[in-house]
Design a protein around this ligand. Structure first.
Ligand SMILES: C[S@@+](CC[C@H](N)C(=O)[O-])C[C@H]1O[C@@H](n2cnc3c(N)ncnc32)[C@H](O)[C@@H]1O
Length: 399
């Protein structure tokens, strides 16, 4: 039984509480501490610290100093409680990496125990606090384990065991590391696989299956609320143009959950297109999807007048195709979903200028539309003052 409060008798070093911390650190440095068990308060101001089998069994062999004084200790079998298992992933990661460091640094004989302990504390302070979980693959941030301190101890010989240790702690099979998303228009991912044979991942989100190569395309986990909102719109009988379809972040929910009649997906990245095809097949919606490969400046003009709705999911802005998107709407009108990064205090101003611009484009296209803002969704913070927002604008023909 683990962590249920049950007690087990085990050898422990018994000292007065005022020396407890010094002894605890000493035992930890020596690797004599039994980390599975909890220290226990005894009567009369004594503390029992459980030790493992590496610890000598005779008190004479253990000489510990605190403030230049030899500390009196005794070894006794004491009933101590087991530590509860760590359920929180950050705590599990920290515990596993501590063990890995203790084993890896054991061979660094040139380091006195105190320096080794300090080094471990410093390395642990640099552990990643965030990561992206994509099925059984964890993508660590680009900066994780990349500092000078970390790279000085990671070697060809020990790196595999480090990635395995992280995978075990976070309960996944594969580990990768994010690299800056390519700054070109494809926004392609450059993640690097550290553990595992393949970077293809499959996810189920809100009843929709997604599959993609995590080292080749990006997946925006942060847009989950927007994906669900769009998936909740009843799209029966509608034709939609998804202007930046990617792997189908919105295309697939619109087809699977919204039950759109037809989605025209415009996309230029071949890796994303392969993933989108996979998703369409996996969700049994391929016959309601038409993929238009290429730059949407060239593909969208071929879709004039077909759409009840255009989805414009590009950040920081999709403004370059707003006019083309209005032209894609049916003569009777439709809805645009416009993604944009906007400074929080300028959102109202941005809405007004956007509506004016859309009105102007409509007039240039000789479409006599009434425009109405139906909704503004604040998806997430993009940076400290900038929000990723989505503006839903409805266009209706003036009679
Ligand atoms: C950031 S992803 C957006 C994916 C999805 N709409 C979302 O918001 O999560 C942008 C996608 O648009 C595609 N893209 C960018 N510029 C494009 C263009 N001019 N024509 C067609 N696709 C384009 C990229 O390849 C990429 O897959």
């Amino acid at each position: 039984m683990v962590g249920d409060g049950s007690m087990q008798s085990s050898p422990s070093i018994v000292v007065t509480k005022d020396h407890g911390e010094a002894i605890y650190l000493f035992l930890k440095e020596k690797n004599w501490l039994d980390i599975k068990k909890q220290p226990k308060d005894l009567e009369n101001g004594f503390l029992a610290i459980p030790v493992n089998k590496n610890c000598p069994s005779s008190e004479d062999e253990i000489i510990i100093y605190d403030n230049n004084q030899t500390i009196e200790i005794r070894i006794e079998n004491i009933d101590t409680a087991l530590n509860p298992p760590s359920v929180e992933p950050h705590a599990r990661l920290r515990a596993s990496i501590t063990k890995w460091l203790e084993t890896s640094l054991v061979n660094e004989d040139f380091l006195p125990p105190k320096s080794r302990q300090n080094m471990i504390i410093e390395l642990l302070s640099e552990l990643p606090t965030k990561w992206e979980k994509l099925g059984d693959l964890i993508l660590l941030p680009e900066t994780a384990f990349s500092s000078e301190k970390w790279t000085s101890i990671i070697s060809q010989d020990n790196q595999l065991s480090l990635w395995e240790c992280i995978a075990e702690a976070l309960k996944v099979e594969r580990i990768g590391k994010q690299k800056q998303v390519n700054d070109d228009i494809t926004r392609s991912s450059q993640a690097q696989l550290l553990l595992g044979d393949s970077s293809w991942v499959e996810l189920l989100d809100f009843g929709v299956k997604f599959g993609f190569d995590a080292c080749k395309v990006m997946y925006s986990s942060g847009n989950v609320t927007e994906r669900h909102r769009i998936g909740n719109i009843d799209l029966q009988g509608e034709t939609i143009v998804d202007c930046y379809a990617g792997i189908g972040y919105y295309t697939l929910p619109m087809l699977v959950r919204g039950e759109a009649e037809l989605v025209h997906a415009c996309e230029l990245n071949q890796h994303s297109i392969s993933a989108l095809r996979w998703g369409a097949k996996a969700n049994n919606v391929a016959e309601r999807l038409i993929i238009h490969k290429g730059d949407n400046a060239l593909t969208m003009p071929k879709l004039e007048g077909v759409a009840d709705r255009c989805h414009l999911g590009l950040l920081p802005s999709s403004q370059s195709v707003w006019k083309l998107a209005i032209a894609c709407l049916k003569e009777k009108g439709g809805t645009l979903h416009i993604h944009m990064n906007v400074e929080e205090e300028k959102i109202e101003q941005w809405i007004d200028s956007t509506i004016s611009l859309l009105q102007q484009y409509s007039e240039e296209l000789k479409r006599n539309y009434n425009l109405e803002v139906k909704h503004l969704e604040k998806v997430k913070w993009f940076s400290p003052r900038v929000r990723h927002v989505v503006l839903d604008v409805e266009f209706t023909r003036c009679e």
